[in-house]
Design a protein around this ligand. Structure first.
Ligand code: HEC
Length: 198
């Protein structure tokens, strides 16, 4: 009798422990290693292709029209370009930042969480690494850091030194709430936020 009670107790304990174990696993690992690789590769490929397109257009506009002209070009073209690349990739491609130029690029709740994780890594001198988040049953989010390069300081560096006063006047005219200045090369400028179906 005693033995039976003990074995019932023991098997209950075992079931409890196993349940605990699997639920821990589920919350820690949202993706299988295979899935993780597929989604990270997919996000990286979309981010790289989008960056190539955006920076190609930006360089061409800078050469042709100078900084102020390129700012006007970005103002008109950046969002439509992201929209059409989103459609082409069956994804939602955004760029977000804690100090946005375009208020539409302000982070959502989950984007702000990942941005602060990147910021923490960058503040410790580490290179922030791309990561994934499961938004719901069917939606995967890919996030990757956007680091500032020397070219970017023309529009995101220090006003008055990197950015000519006249050029900044154009930026302020188009983006009265601009916060995206004062960056140095190598700093975290923002984050790719790319979401797609699981
Ligand atoms: C010619 C000026 C110019 C240059 C050079 C430039 N940007 Fe921008 N950047 C802008 C403008 C204008 C916007 C707002 C675009 C919009 O309205 O969607 C912007 C927006 C962004 C955003 C989206 C978040 C936000 O602040 O709204 C990121 C991220 C960004 N730039 C990163 C970079 C990086 C990285 C570089 C260098 C590779 C760079 N930019 C070079 C003008 C520039």
């Amino acid at each position: 009798m005693k033995l039976k009670a003990f074995s019932t107790f023991a098997s209950l304990l075992l079931i409890l422990l196993l349940a605990q174990c699997t639920s821990d696993k589920a919350s820690q690992q949202q993706f299988s290693p295979d899935e993780e690789k597929v989604y990270l590769d997919k996000g990286k490929a979309i981010a790289a292709a989008t960056f190539t397109t955006l920076s190609g257009q930006l360089t061409a506009a800078l050469e042709k029209e100078g900084v102020a002209g390129a700012v006007r070009y970005c103002n008109l073209a950046a969002m439509p370009l992201l929209d059409s690349l989103s459609k082409a990739n069956n994804a939602t491609i955004r760029r977000t930042s804690g100090k946005p130029r375009n208020p539409l690029d302000a982070p959502t709740e989950w984007e702000a969480e990942l941005l602060s994780a990147f910021q923490l890594e960058a503040s410790k001198g580490e290179q922030p690494m791309p990561r994934l988040k499961l938004l719901d049953e069917k939606k995967v989010a890919f996030a990757a850091p956007i680091m500032l390069q020397p070219l970017c300081t023309k529009c995101h560096g220090a006003v008055g030194t990197d950015i000519a006063e006249g050029d900044y006047a154009v930026i302020k005219e188009l983006y009265p709430q601009d916060q995206a200045v004062g960056y140095k090369p190598g700093e975290l400028r923002g984050m790719w936020s790319i979401t797609f179906e699981r």
